[in-house]
Design a protein around this ligand. Structure first.
Ligand SMILES: *Cc1c(COP(=O)(O)O)cnc(C)c1O
Length: 400
């Protein structure tokens, strides 16, 4: 370019200071490549990238180095063949479903305990594409086996630990049933993270995460990923993502990548704190039931122990005795440290009442049917000092 001093004021406003020669160092932390496009002096380079003959960047909907760094990191922890990042967990769920090639007259067999928005996507949006979903109780694998024979699903989709009742799917056993029937297996592992389980090792084809939750972990960014077990799926995910366009932005990718560096440290503390909180809640008269896979009385305690390596995650649900709305609200308003937030997986302890929030759209009868009592509380146990979390719960239970 011409010497910038020869340019007019408006031209300098646009170009001055930009595109300095690349420095002769490697930054320790991947920079935020907040750019839409990429310039090359040699036009054969972008030509080859567009053609697919060469890896590289031409346009950030197709790929961005900061997003790529995050994809590589998740892929490494999950042991995948390739990973695609999305603007949210829900965009990732849709991206994974799309990559299976689902179309008219195809069927999905889904856990009825799926995350609410995933359930609604399958129940309300996918029928417009001609895809029918059959929901089943995935803790009853005999029933899942029968249904698989009856409906021959193209896709089976589940979570390892469900929301909010923390039921555990026996993934290896499920994968055996689904594989025998020729179905693709999609696993949303947002609650478990690769710290607790790597679903590809148990037969999953695609692993989904809402990175909004534990992977990013700090409550400051929304995103999602899909990890694939084979190369054909990686190509599909990437090609389809270019067309659908629900991509993750570089700043969100950077925040997620930053969060993931402490994933093992955070998860260890989440698990330790959650187990202590669950055991303490079990001793309280104000609490009718505690749902935590780490408790010996949990219906899938043994399966959970085997699958998750003797750790049980950071989520704890419990039922307040006489949990009518007014008492639930009084309890939540009395908390000083635990936040009444509608997300999970953050460093902060957060607590919500599914009947009022995530499962509000259901009728009281439907809620009763899926086991959601009015006084059910879902806790995402944070990494604070566990004595402070328990002290806060004790104070709030005390005023009931
Ligand atoms: C939050 C969540 C999602 C959706 O993720 P978003 O990032 O909110 O779009 C999907 N599945 C599970 C299990 C979740 O917890």
């Amino acid at each position: 370019m011409a010497d910038k001093r020869e340019l007019g004021f408006a031209s300098r406003a646009v170009h001055a200071g930009e595109r300095a020669p690349r420095p002769d160092f490697t930054p320790t932390s991947t920079p935020i490549y907040q750019t839409v496009t990429y310039l090359y002096g040699d036009m054969t380079v972008p030509d080859a990238i567009f053609e697919g003959d060469r890896e590289g960047y031409v346009y950030s909907r197709h790929g961005n180095p900061t997003v790529r760094a995050l994809e590589e990191a998740v892929n490494s922890l999950e042991g995948g063949r390739g990973t695609q990042a999305y603007a949210s967990g829900m965009a990732a769920v849709f991206g994974a479903l799309l990559a299976t090639g689902l179309g008219t007259r195809d069927r999905v067999l889904a856990s009825r305990d799926l995350y609410g928005a995933t359930y609604a996507l399958l129940d309300m949006l996918m029928p417009a594409l001609g895809v029918e979903t059959i929901f089943a109780d995935f803790t009853d694998l005999a029933e899942v086996g029968r249904l698989t024979k009856d409906v021959s699903p193209q896709v089976v989709i589940c979570e390892v630990v469900s929301n909010p009742l923390l039921r555990v799917t026996d993934l290896p056993a499920l994968a055996k049933i689904a594989t025998a029937a020729g179905a693709r297996i999609l696993v949303d592992s947002s609650f478990t993270t690769p710290y607790l389980i790597r679903p590809l090792e148990h037969g999953a084809d695609l692993v989904i995460h809402s990175t909004t939750k534990y992977l990013a972990g700090h409550g400051d960014t929304i995103g999602g990923v899909v990890v694939a077990a084979n190369d054909e799926d990686v190509v599909l995910l990437k090609e389809q993502s270019k067309l659908v366009g629900g991509i993750l932005g570089p700043t969100d990718a950077w925040l997620t990548l930053r969060g993931m560096k402490t994933l093992p440290l955070r998860m260890r503390k989440h698990c330790q704190n959650a187990e202590r909180v669950a055991r303490w809640l079990s001793t309280r008269d104000e609490v009718e039931a505690v749902h935590y896979p780490g408790l010996e009385g949990h219906p899938q305690h043994t399966t959970a122990g085997q699958l998750l390596g003797g750790r049980y995650g950071g989520m704890v649900s419990f039922e307040l005795a006489q949990g009518e709305k007014e008492r639930v609200f009084r309890f939540m308003e009395s908390l000083q440290l635990c936040l009444p937030g509608t997300t999970l997986g953050d460093i902060y302890t957060q607590i919500l009442n599914p009947a009022m929030s995530s499962h509000r759209a259901l009728t009281p009868e439907q809620r009763a049917e899926v086991g959601i009592a009015p006084g059910l509380m879902r806790m995402s146990v944070g990494i604070e000092d566990v004595e402070d979390i328990i002290g806060d719960l004790e104070g709030a239970l005390g005023i009931l």
